[in-house]
Design a protein around this ligand. Structure first.
Ligand SMILES: Nc1ncnc2c1ncn2[C@@H]1O[C@H](COP(=O)(O)OP(=O)(O)OP(=O)(O)O)[C@@H](O)[C@H]1O
Length: 849
């Protein structure tokens, strides 16, 4: 404050942030600031800025105000009362010392006089002969920093060094006496403290600086009445202050262009006013009433500077634009997500379809389940590898062309082609009109109209192929057979002449010599052929049956009660003990007869001479020992996964002669899959359905019912008893004839038969049940049972035992059927590739013809 205060108009500091300026007696104006300082409180606001400088921020502290208002006094102070500059320098060194980092502090000092930079640390020439100091120029570094070329920068190690330099520079400042201030500053004095710290990554930047600026005072030329050089100095100061105001205004309005280059002052302070710099402006005002206008201008300028918010905050407009852009992006993301989910769903659906199409078949049974019914001409000639009836396969027309099943893909995936109408068909197999056998040839009932030969692989997947011309598919079939180890051949009856050329494993001419089914002649030559075939099959060509020739069938002698646990199937297969069987007193006599007949002296009756003396038993041998096989009780054998139980077979045959009145329980006829029915020709046909759980029970009822038909079926309830769909039907008369021939050819003498027959009670002809009543117990729940039939079936439940072993050859049906069971049993023992060892095997059928 100068001494020429004149008349004062009080500037009232209402509180620490508001200033009330009395404009007139009844008029005043209020200004709000961050802080209204008491003289002793000024530096308290400077210390935080100093701390930011040590943290790497650029900073600027400048004093602004009317001339003579005490700016230089505030910044420089006095020796007794140091101003902002010395105290700031002192604070910098103090905080640097307290820091863990090592700082390099440099000191520079210049003034902007008449628009030019003047280094205050360089001795100014006093004579014309003195060399001129280097010219200072401002340039911008690549990183945006402002550097002043040729400016003397002196590294200072402590506060005193810096203070001496500062005082040295102050001595060169341009000052002059004006009407407003005897020691008026005629320039802008700028002190730069540069700080460098390399080992502090947490600092904002390695090298930063703080400007301590004592601005020249704004002055009104008319009031100061400056002339000449003073006037020029005043104009230059006002001009630079105006440029500073413009920069502040541009920063306040966040204009894209900030006019830094309008003055040297703003150019030098460019990197210390904007961006992330810390700026502290000290506004000085005069208390004099005459300086009211300058005071108002200074306060307005301070208010504008106060409203400047540097940094990267967005404007409202930019914020709105960002919000709109964000919403648009969110909508796009939502659409993309929806599209992604949709595509993912499609991919999953296609994957499921692909998996269904490529899923391997679990068993041949599944293949049968999905095989075509007889609606398609050749459907039952083809095997299907996969079960696809539950899978909805897209029509071919809807699939891309590249996804259309090729022959190879069908073969592997089990895709069935569509019928001629192009409809998808859930492939179902009813009773086949053809038969399958493994490595054997067999006749097929002439039901379908196809007349070509086809060899079908079990592992093939040709079920459902709408084969119209066999010639077109012969290549396919031949290809299929290359992939499998078991070949299945199907033939039409009228094509038997061609069978020898394509069958596998069977000796030539085998089937040609078989008797015709229709003739009812039991041509036993086929047994020899089968024997030959068995010998031929002795080669271990079928996995799992290479040791079958070593099997020994041990039959427990009746009367011996075997104790111990129930043997497992494996044990039974390995000649283990058969399940315990306790004979009653009624059959003891029969036992003794049988032991005498076979000259058995031990407790066990075995047939090693048949099975062990030869690599493989001959079927004729089995027939020769048919009576012995009658003793087979609960014998089990397993081939593959199928168990055949000759359940209670012996019990039906070993009835004491003296106990003819006994009424043994009706034997279990078959497992729940057996059905019988009567057709119009009074053929009593028995259909043994697919074994349930792999077990098949053979029993007496089979013997009593004139014929049997063993054929595969897809389910328990399908086509049972339907007329004409059985593969083989044998009339009673035919079977009788067959039985008679068979008993003769296999060498069963009359004496033996009579002896055997004597042990059984013949079933009186008058009480012989009608074919209908011959339905078994098990057939009750399997057949379509009406109330009428049910009443009749009640009789069946208590039906007396019927002689199974033909007492006369006229009732030899039982005999032949027994033979068939024996053959089945033997086949199971030998692992003759019976398909699942159900009675649907073609080998068995072949033997029946
Ligand atoms: N707070 C104060 N206490 C005592 N004296 C003061 C104070 N403030 C300023 N003065 C005196 O007022 C006179 C003018 O002060 P100063 O030179 O600091 O003003 P200025 O704003 O720097 O003027 P100019 O802009 O012309 O340089 C000086 O003689 C100074 O000693």
């Amino acid at each position: 404050m100068g001494e020429n205060f004149g008349r004062l108009r009080p500037v009232i500091a209402k509180d620490s942030s508001n200033v009330l300026l009395k404009l007139a007696d009844n008029k005043s104006k209020n200004y709000s600031f961050d802080k209204v300082f008491h003289p002793d409180e000024v530096f308290s606001e400077v210390e935080p800025v100093i701390k930011s400088v040590l943290d790497g921020y650029n900073a600027c502290i400048f004093a602004y105000g009317q001339t003579g208002t005490g700016k230089s006094f505030t910044m420089e102070g006095t020796p007794d009362s140091p101003g902002i500059v010395p105290r700031a320098i002192e604070a910098i060194f103090k905080q640097a010392m307290e820091s863990n980092h090592a700082f390099r502090i440099s000191f520079s000092m210049l003034e902007i006089y008449l628009g030019s930079l003047k280094d205050l640390l360089v001795t100014q020439p006093t004579k014309a002969t003195d060399p001129l100091p280097p010219c200072l120029s401002i340039h911008t570094e690549p990183k945006g920093g402002i550097e002043i070329d040729n400016l003397v920068t002196i590294q200072v190690n402590d506060f005193n060094q810096a203070l001496r330099l500062y005082r040295l520079g102050c001595r060169f400042r341009s000052t002059a006496s004006t009407n407003s201030n005897r020691t008026s500053s005629r320039s802008h004095c700028m002190i730069r403290i540069s700080i460098t710290c390399f080992d502090a990554p947490e600092r904002r930047r390695e090298k930063n600086k703080i400007w301590l600026v004592d601005l020249g005072g704004s002055e009104r030329v008319l009031k100061t009445k400056a002339r000449g050089r003073r006037l020029d100095e005043g104009k230059a100061i006002n001009l630079s202050l105006s440029a500073l105001g413009d920069v502040i205004y541009a920063l306040q309005r966040r204009k894209r262009h900030v006019p830094y280059r309008n003055s040297k002052l703003t150019q030098v302070l460019k990197d210390s006013l904007g961006e992330d710099s810390k700026t502290l402006m000290l506004v000085h005002v005069s208390p004099k009433e005459d300086d009211l206008c300058e005071t108002i201008c200074s306060l307005n300028f301070a208010t504008r500077v106060k409203s400047v918010h540097l940094g990267h905050e967005d404007s409202n407009e930019a914020r709105d634009q960002k919000e709109v852009s964000m919403k648009n992006l969110q909508q796009k993301m939502k659409k993309i997500e929806e599209e992604r989910l949709r595509v993912r769903g499609e991919i999953e659906n296609l994957s499921e379809k692909l998996e269904a199409l490529t899923r391997p078949a679990h068993s041949f049974q599944e293949q049968l389940e999905v095989s075509h019914s007889s609606e398609e001409p050749l459907s039952n000639l083809k095997c299907k590898k996969n079960k696809v009836d539950d899978v909805k396969v897209a029509p071919m027309s809807q699939l891309p062309r590249f996804m259309s099943a090729t022959l190879c893909s069908r073969r592997k995936s089990g895709i069935h082609l569509h019928n001629s109408e192009g409809k998808d068909r859930a492939i179902r197999r009813k009773r086949p009109s053809s038969h399958r056998a493994e490595s054997v040839t067999f006749p097929v009932k002439n039901k379908s109209e196809y007349n070509s030969e086809h060899s079908i692989s079990r592992s093939s997947c040709l079920v459902g192929l709408n084969v119209k011309n066999s010639a077109d598919y012969e290549t396919e079939y031949s290809q299929e057979t290359l992939d499998c180890d078991v070949k299945i051949e199907t033939f039409l009856e009228q094509d038997r002449s061609q069978r020898t050329s394509i069958r596998q494993g069977a000796p030539p001419g085998y089937l040609e010599k078989c008797g015709s089914r229709k003739t009812g002649k039991f041509n036993t030559k086929k047994f020899s052929k089968v024997d030959d075939w068995l010998l031929h099959k002795n080669e271990p060509t079928i996995a799992g049956f290479t040791h079958r020739s070593k099997r020994v069938l041990t039959i427990p002698i009746p009367g011996k009660k075997h104790r111990g646990r129930e043997p497992s199937t494996a044990e039974r297969l390995c000649n283990g003990p058969v399940p315990a069987y306790e004979f009653t007193a009624e059959n003891t006599a029969s036992l003794n007869k049988m032991k005498k007949q076979f000259d058995v002296k031990g407790d066990e009756l075995s047939i090693p001479e048949v099975i062990t003396e030869r690599p493989l038993p001959m079927l004729k041998d089995l027939f020769e020992m048919d009576s012995r096989l009658d003793f087979i009780s609960s014998s089990h054998t397993t081939v593959g996964q199928t168990v055949i139980q000759m359940q209670d077979f012996r019990d039906r045959l070993l009835i004491d002669d003296n106990n003819t009145s006994s009424t043994p329980s009706l034997p279990d006829i078959c497992c729940g899959t057996l059905n019988q029915y009567r057709d119009d020709d009074e053929l009593y046909t028995m259909s043994i359905m697919q074994p349930v759980k792999g077990e098949l029970y053979c029993s007496e009822s089979m013997l009593r019912n004139g014929g049997c038909t063993f054929s595969p079926s897809e389910s328990d309830n399908s086509t049972v008893g339907s007329k004409g769909d059985s593969g083989v039907s044998v009339s009673i008369s035919d079977l009788d004839s067959l039985c008679e021939q068979a008993s003769t050819e296999i060498g069963v003498n009359d004496n033996e038969e009579e002896e055997l027959d004597a042990s059984f009670e013949p079933f009186p002809m008058e009480t012989r049940p009608s074919p209908l009543t011959l339905r078994s117990q098990r057939a009750l729940f399997m057949n379509e049972v009406n109330q009428k039939d049910l009443n009749m079936h009640q009789k069946d439940l208590n039906m007396p035992y019927i002689l199974s072993q033909g007492s006369t050859h006229s009732e030899g049906t039982c005999y032949v059927l027994k033979k068939k069971i024996q053959i089945l049993f033997a086949s199971a023992l030998l692992g003759l590739g019976l398909y699942d060892l159900g009675f649907d095997n073609d080998f068995f059928h072949g033997l029946m013809l």
